[in-house]
Design a protein around this ligand. Structure first.
Ligand SMILES: Nc1ncnc2c1ncn2[C@@H]1O[C@H](COP(=O)(O)OP(=O)(O)OP(=O)(O)O)[C@@H](O)[C@H]1O
Ligand SMILES: [Zn+2]
Length: 800
């Protein structure tokens, strides 16, 4: 068999009596495993491997680096359409004969056997339908005992190619004019059939171009004007038409429709400089202020690399992927470009996968999981908005950082990585300052656009002077009013983190709590529900307090819904939209809101983080940051970095064309230094200050962080396991600091108590590798103890 096996091919392996699993050939060797009995391969599914050796190398690296099983990486990497599912099926036992069987059969058993005469195999579901009962097992079991049927596992490809039924004239008819005339004669008086034939001849020029009959037409199109299916059937039965099936592409073909823009002088200079630095560096950081036109530079880079015959991957944060930038790229690259989106169906994902495999897509724009596509000759990976924390996968394993992983992937391909941002991550900026990355800057906006003007609006002062109305400062109101008068647009930003509205009883102080987690339920006005943001639990809003019966329930906190409400009171004439998790839950919600805003149907858009990601709207002149302080205050060593990035990014949506933008930050503390730094736009100065603290207190990029969460349904067991883990880790002979274990910020999630340990590892040499080897042994040893058998240790390398 060995000669048939190719690295990367999918195979089926039997586990236990009933289960079959799909695997990928990772290595072909002759050493039998010591610890377990190897399982035989039942079948090799692919002649051509689905996964190439570079991918396998990448998976191995990822599993090792992010401390998880390679199976978990495989699971994340393969679109589920490429994994196989097995389903139990029933067929007649070939040795069975009803007449001579020594066992008596009851009625229901006979019905199943009858059904199997019409169809060679039935699924459990189908058997249940035959008898219209719920539990088919006893009957099938009895049939097996009576040696009447066999049960087997059928492995099915989940991916289903899209098949179209097409109709064409049979060869006899299409081949001769006479035959066709005969047909016409025979159809006189049969208006319905005649109409179908006429329609066919209208769409397919059989007379002029006999070859055109080969392709025929889509049956659905042939019948779409109301012609009858049964008439078509008759035509087929009489040998006039025939039907056949073809596999078609789900992803529409598009031709490029515009040329790339001509770069400005400074863009051109940046472009040349990037190429120059690529000669000596694998990775280059492009630090270009908001609106500087990074996209056009990417387009030129992509063009060049594609022309040289290599593949290109452009990574975008999740939400940005549905928008402007993809439309822009599609216009330039047409159907050479594949889009890999998490909102795509499985089948669509498999088509992008296969498109990369077959060479149809040499360029892919995608979310973080697109790093797993089967590229075999990448020349360039671009990571746009590289500072985005959504590049990190939190759950489930592999908990990978797509930016860091992409750099590794590029290394395996001997490719280059271009990281772009107006507000680089500290990691990348640090790497650039150390000379590990190249560094190219764009300090001006494209064209005549200038950087926006900032105003710090003092909430406390306005309150004292009685100028605060519905939480808006005077200056914010004035600027909005001005913009509305000039028919310009306004964005209002409220930070989602560390804050969500909830319901409280005014009389007894009751608030809704999740039944499985130690958190308050969040209030959703739109759906009139209370929801848990951790486990998804939800309940209807009670009409009275469940604790004391009072009907005085009020909404606490100030979410985007409340802001929308306040603004509609203050500016009754304005058309206001809201963009947050609530209004974008369905597939097209986000796009629809952007389209409305873009086409000028909305004057004001209120939103969370979503409105900050790379949006480019020419008429936005005012950006209001509802509560600046909220952005600064979260308990995290990255608080400052995130705040700087976020304020700069939101502000960057304002004034991207001729009219200068106005940014109003509402705050109780206008003296806070970070505001001054953002306004000055001096990232370098800000970085230098912050990095000093990071060094002093041992935080990244000076150490490597590993976070381990210990989980168990029993508080005591979880705590004990976490303490044991702690003691084990303290003994590991590498340079490190082990903190914790502490009760999780949220003590219980989905009925599991959690304790967190944080490890700060020395970065030098192979300290992290040694640490992980020991950690593996420690957790395996703990899990082998009966008391900790169901404890989970969740390891997060480079948590964000
Ligand atoms: N060479 C060019 N020719 C014509 N228009 C350009 C050119 N470069 C940039 N633009 C326009 O300038 C605007 C800003 O460009 P772009 O959106 O690429 O900026 P960006 O650097 O990605 O900004 P951000 O970081 O804020 O997302 C866009 O409307 C873009 O179409
Ligand atoms: Zn919950």
């Amino acid at each position: 068999m060995q000669s048939e096996i190719n690295l990367g091919a999918r195979v089926i392996v039997q586990f236990g009596k009933k289960k079959v699993l799909t695997g990928i050939i990772g290595k072909v060797h002759n050493k039998p495993p010591q610890a377990y009995q190897a399982k035989p391969i039942l079948e090799v599914l692919d002649d051509q491997p689905s996964v190439n050796p570079l991918q396998i190398r990448f998976w191995v690296w990822m599993a090792e680096y992010y401390f998880c099983h390679i199976g978990e990486v495989m699971h994340a990497a393969l679109p589920s359409g490429l994994r196989l599912s097995s389903e139990s099926k029933v067929q007649v036992n070939p040795n069975f004969e009803r007449e001579t069987s020594k066992y008596p059969l009851d009625n229901r058993e006979i019905l199943i056997l009858d059904a199997l005469e019409n169809k060679a195999e039935l699924s459990y579901d189908e058997c249940e339908k035959v008898l219209s009962i719920k539990s088919i097992h006893p009957i099938l079991k009895s049939l097996v005992k009576k040696e009447a049927i066999l049960i087997f596992e059928k492995v099915q490809e989940k991916y289903a190619p899209k098949v179209e039924t097409r109709i064409r004239l049979t060869l006899e008819i299409a081949g001769s004019k006479n035959a066709l005339q005969e047909v016409f004669k025979s159809l006189t008086g049969k208006a319905k059939q005649e109409s179908i034939l006429l329609k066919y001849l209208r769409d397919v020029p059989v007379m002029k171009l006999p070859k055109s009959n080969e392709k025929g037409v889509d049956k659905a199109i042939l019948l779409e004007e109301g012609d009858s299916e049964s008439s078509l059937k008759t035509l087929i039965k009489n040998g006039i038409f025939e039907s056949f099936k073809v596999v078609v592409n789900r992803l529409a073909e598009e031709e490029p429709e515009s040329e790339p823009a001509v770069l400005s002088t400074s863009q051109q200079a940046a472009f040349e400089e990037i190429k120059h630095q690529f000669e000596s560096k694998q990775s280059v950081l492009l630090h270009g202020v908001t609106g500087s036109g990074k996209t056009e530079i990417y387009i030129q880079m992509i063009r060049e690399v594609l022309d040289s015959g290599s593949q290109v991957l452009l990574l975008l944060p999740e939400i940005a992927l549905t928008t402007q930038i993809v439309t822009r790229l599609k216009k330039v690259f047409g159907s050479q470009m594949g889009v890999y989106h998490s909102k795509y169906s499985d089948n669509e994902r498999v088509e992008v996968w296969n498109g990369v495999l077959s060479g149809r897509f040499s360029f892919v724009v995608g979310v973080r999981s697109s790093i797993f596509l089967p590229f075999d000759s990448l020349g360039l990976i671009i990571i746009d908005e590289e500072h985005e924390s959504s590049y990190k996968q939190f759950d489930p394993a592999p908990r990978f950082q797509a930016r860091d992983s992409a750099i590794m992937l590029a290394y395996f391909h001997q490719a280059r990585t271009l990281l772009g941002s107006a507000t680089p991550s500290f990691e990348s900026y640090f790497n650039a300052s150390q000379g590990k990355f190249g560094y190219v800057e764009l300090t001006h906006r494209f064209g005549d656009a200038t950087m926006p003007n900032f105003y710090l609006a003092d909430l406390a002062a306005d309150k004292r002077k009685n100028l605060l109305k519905l939480d808006t400062t005077r200056i914010l109101r004035e600027k909005i009013q001005d913009a509305l008068a000039k028919q310009e647009q306004v964005l209002i930003f409220q930070n989602r983190r560390g804050y969500s509205p909830y319901i409280q009883c005014e009389d007894c102080g009751w608030t809704g709590q999740c039944v499985q987690c130690d958190v308050s339920l969040t209030y959703h006005q739109f759906s009139e529900e209370l929801r848990c943001h951790y486990c998804g639990y939800k309940e209807k809003i009670p009409s009275s307090c469940p604790a004391c019966g009072s009907t005085q329930l009020t909404t606490m906190g100030m979410g985007t819904e409340r802001i929308e409400e306040s603004l509609s009171l203050l500016f009754p004439e304005a058309r206001i939209g809201r963009m947050d998790l609530d209004t974008t839950r369905n597939k097209h919600g986000y796009q629809r809101l952007l389209d409305e805003f873009g086409s000028g149907n909305l004057d004001i858009l209120v939103g969370t983080q979503m409105i900050t990601k790379g949006l480019d709207f020419g008429r936005v002149t005012v950006v209001g940051i509802w509560d600046g302080d909220r952005i600064l205050n979260f308990p995290d060593f990255r608080a400052g970095e995130r705040a700087y990035q976020q304020i700069t990014q939101v502000a960057g949506r304002a004034g991207r064309r001729e009219v200068q933008g106005q940014v109003i930050v509402q705050t109780r503390d206008p003296e806070t230094q970070i505001y001054a730094q953002v306004i000055k736009g001096d990232y370098f100065e800000f970085f230098n200050q912050e990095i000093h603290d990071r060094k002093k207190f041992y935080y990244p990029p000076f150490v490597k962080l590993v976070k381990i969460t210990t989980r168990h349904a029993d508080y005591k067991v979880a705590e004990k396991a976490a303490l044991n883990l702690h003691h084990g880790m303290a003994e590991i002979p590498v340079k490190k600091i082990v903190l914790g274990p502490e009760k999780g910020i949220i003590a219980r999630i989905k009925n599991q108590y959690q304790f967190e340990s944080l490890i700060k590892l020395d970065r030098s040499g192979n300290t992290p590798v040694i640490f992980k080897e020991y950690l593996w042994k420690i957790t395996e040893e703990l899990k082998s103890r009966p008391e900790f058998r169901s404890v989970r240790f969740v390891v997060d390398v480079d948590p964000s």
